[in-house]
Design a protein around this ligand. Sequence first.
Ligand code: E4P
Length: 217
Amino acid sequence: MKIFLDTADLAEIEQLLPTGMIDGVTTNPSLIAKSGADIKKTIAAICEMVSGPVSAEVTATDVETMRKEADVLAAIAPNVTVKLPLTQAGLTVCKQLSAQDVMTNVTLCFSPVQALMAAKAGASFISPFVGRLDDLGQDGMNLIRDIYDVYANYAFETEILVASIRGPQHVTDAALIGADVVTIPPKILAQLYKHPLTDKGLADFLADWDKTGQSIL
Ligand code: E4P
């Protein structure tokens, strides 16, 4: 399972890259706003740091302007993945970009039939938002299962990118389903390493080791 970092914060990306776990980055207009930085400079900087796909989202809602924005974003670096909303206009632009081998990530997916439309539009990635469905009292992971069932009936190449991750359990559930990608906020990525028995076990080992007076180096 590929892991993308869901952030536009350069310092967070820089800090987590040495883990070797980061296969790409996703951003959205809210994350860019939170970073307080210029979108084009930020995406260029992330693309220099990360060789995998880096999602940069358009903000226009009509086909013509969206396409212009998509071209600007795609020109920043070869690993830019143009992120498009799951609207009729977004999928129209997605179809155009996929015909030109530009990577695309269709975002704000909340139903299996929307995911079907994105795959037909040639999306490289479809981003179903599990956390936001959970917030409504639904089980967001059911959407991931349904999309896999739909895609299994056909020969789509669209990868399922599980988004709106709210905690380690979402990552576990996505992995149990066999999701292609999860995009994880940095704070949650750090939690994936943690278990109280690991902390306790390590503390016990080190306490015993101290008693030996030995040193490995
Ligand atoms: C993914 O591409 C989105 O940027 C992100 O996962 C949305 O997460 P949120 O619902 O926590 O804002």
